[in-house]
Design a protein around this ligand. Sequence first.
Ligand code: ADP
Ligand code: MG
Ligand code: MG
Ligand code: MG
Length: 395
Amino acid sequence: MAIANTSLYEPLIESTASALAVRLGLFEDNLVLNCEEIGDGNLNLVFHITDPKSGKGVILKQALPYAKVIGESWPLTLDRARIESSALVKQAELAPGLVPEVYYTDQTLAITVMEDLSHLQIARKALMDRKKLPLLAEHIGTFLARTLFYTSDFALKPHVKKRLVKQFTNPDLCKITEDFVFTDPFFDFESNDFEPELREAAEKLWEDTHVKLEVAKLKRKFLTEAEALLHGDLHTGSIFVSETETKVIDPEFAFFGPIGFDPGQFIANLLLNALSREEQDQDFIFEAIEKAWNTFEVEFSAAWKKDSLERFSEVEGYLEHTLEQIFEDTIGFAGCEVIRRTIGLAHVADLDTIEPYSRRIESKIQALELGKKLIKNRLNINEPGQLKRFFRHAI
Ligand code: ADP
Ligand code: MG
Ligand code: MG
Ligand code: MG
């Protein structure tokens, strides 16, 4: 059987992926392994390799040198595999137990071999199935506080931080976010994708100069504020869950950006799920948002008090100011995410599977209203408890 040659990049296939796992010593070499490619094949290959006898498995993720978006091939650096594995290692150090363990990484092949989380379920799916996830909010609040505080200037010496910023420079993946989250959905661009019934609401958005001015400010923050090491793609499809465990995967978009971006994406994806629910089932979502934010605040404040290196951190009001600013950004970024998941290139199943079709359209129009409200009113929303009211006003 051909074994991947690690001196050259080549996309793996099921046989070469399992041969590589054996060569890496992850399985004994006399075993008959199962290997299945389980990714969606757009950006990356994901191989699930298992020993059917012991049930032991590993995941091997390999970056492809292009992304199939807008129907044509879009070159995308393999360097994102290095970013992903380095981010997973850093996050494991800062937020132990909340990311998969990395077993092996190879920059030439653009692979990360990691812990098999197949016993868990993707949070988006679990939320769509109306599962109770008692620890999701607390775990994500902790993940955010620890990974964001401890990679910021509050916790790192300036030279160390700037070295990390350089290590996590990720222009190709940032460009995807700059275009598809911040720019395209706010203009009548080809890349947008929505039902004809939404055209009127989309055109209203494109003519709303107040919203566009606020999105311009948020985009500028994303482009220029190297505040902390973000996950960069923290939607509910990047989180594995059960009743007892939470693991964040897929940090290939990681880079140093504004802290509010990660909590904003997470909260937006919870709100998108809430839009797909009947009113009586929505409380779990609002409680989860509150719990996640409160945990973030408590843990961020505790880390600040314990480990801040910043001389000004003891100045009265500075911590409170910082948290207020992060919350304001979070709400604004959440608004952008809600809008781009509704009319932009990449949709969410929560909205796209709403039945009947008329209700789906209605929910998407509500999503656009909600997104605009969040962006425009982010200075007046001071705590997550107010989100429910804004949500009800949009619907
Ligand atoms: P992409 O960057 O292409 O979105 P992801 O890292 O999100 O790739 O993985 C795609 C899918 O592969 C996930 O939704 C999940 O089903 C599966 N997967 C990824 N990592 C693991 C893992 N560690 N354990 C089990 N399944 C995984
Ligand atoms: Mg990804
Ligand atoms: Mg993914
Ligand atoms: Mg305020």
